[in-house]
Design a protein. Structure first.
Length: 265
């Protein structure tokens, strides 16, 4: 283990955003455990990183939508004290409307985007709290706040990631554990082809390189930012959105219905 940084576990590290996180975290001095299903692609990413850094890079081939594989990764996280950072990045997208999409595939999407992310977080948080340090980076999406954009189950899964992260940040305040949620806009990865909407159909001005996305997100992390939206040019818009949400806190639960719901008939 690197003396200072420890081990970063990156899910979905065989391609796209996860592979870039692996690369940049190794450059920052982390040892790595890279997780995804495709062992060949993982080995390729690991080899590339070993060739240019002194980081120790291990790979773990696992289908995180499979309960048995997921349990093995959870056990690894619980039993490995070197782990200092978890990037919950593995995720499936969906671009088809409800009537054109298959509910079994959407259920698998929930298993990966919601259940796996949740269980891996549960596996790692207790030891982070016990050590008074650790970082969790959850990869959500802009569809968390724009669920009309793509498939609703995908949007809902990422709204879960945002809400879960908001609660985590709240619950873990003062423990020394850092939580960041990243909301990428359209990013140039295999995601789009897998989700059923080729990237070529997107205006180029709306699509970010995965390298730019990850580097911006790490700058957000370095600055102690909780929610990072690299493509949102005017950050004050999100601050206003968050301020409107916070303004309702303390006013959302009352014994009587609001006057607008009183029967005046
Ligand atoms: P990607 O290139 O398709 O990468 C997805 C990664 O997840 C791959 O490494 C894939 O590897 C892994 N994965 C998929 N199913 C898995 C499973 N069942 N078990 C374990 N690993 C699995 O797409 P990406 O764009 O980098 O996506 C990364 C994250 O960014 C996702 O959470 C996605 O929702 C989010 N995001 C992407 C965009 C975008 O425009 N690209 C925008 C917003 C958010 P294997 O196939 O080898 O398992």
């Amino acid at each position: 283990m690197s003396e200072t940084m420890g081990t970063a576990v990156v899910t979905g590290a065989s391609s796209g955003i996860g592979a870039v996180y692996a690369d940049r975290l190794a450059e920052r001095g982390y040892d790595l455990v890279l997780i995804a299903r495709n062992a060949d692609k993982l080995a390729h990413v690991a080899e590339r990183i070993r060739a240019k850094t002194s980081s120790k890079v291990d790979v773990m081939s696992a289908d995180l939508a499979d309960a048995a594989d997921l349990a093995q990764v959870e056990a690894f996280l619980r039993d490995t004290p070197d782990v200092t950072l978890l990037v919950n990045n593995a995720g499936l997208g969906g671009a088809l409307k409800l009537v054109n999409s298959d509910v079994d595939q959407m259920t698998s999407l929930i298993s990966l985007n919601v259940t796996a992310l949740t269980r891996l977080t549960y596996a790692v948080v207790p030891q982070f709290i016990a050590r008074g340090t650790g970082t969790i980076i959850n990869i959500a999406s802009i569809v968390a706040i724009n669920p009309e954009a793509l498939n609703g189950v995908y949007g809902g899964s990422k709204a879960f990631v945002l809400a879960f992260s908001q609660n985590l940040q709240h619950e873990l305040a003062g423990t020394g554990v850092t939580v960041q949620v990243v909301l990428p806009g359209a990013t140039a990865t295999d995601f789009w082809a897998i989700a059923g909407r080729p990237l070529e159909q997107m205006p180029a001005a709306m699509v970010m390189r995965s390298e730019d996305l990850v580097e911006a997100a790490l700058i957000g992390l370095d600055r102690g930012e909780f929610a990072t939206i690299p493509s949102l040019q005017d950050g004050e818009l999100f601050d206003a959105y968050e301020a409107a949400r916070r303004a309702m806190i303390g006013k959302l639960s009352t014994a009587t219905p609001a006057p607008r719901y009183r029967d005046v008939g």
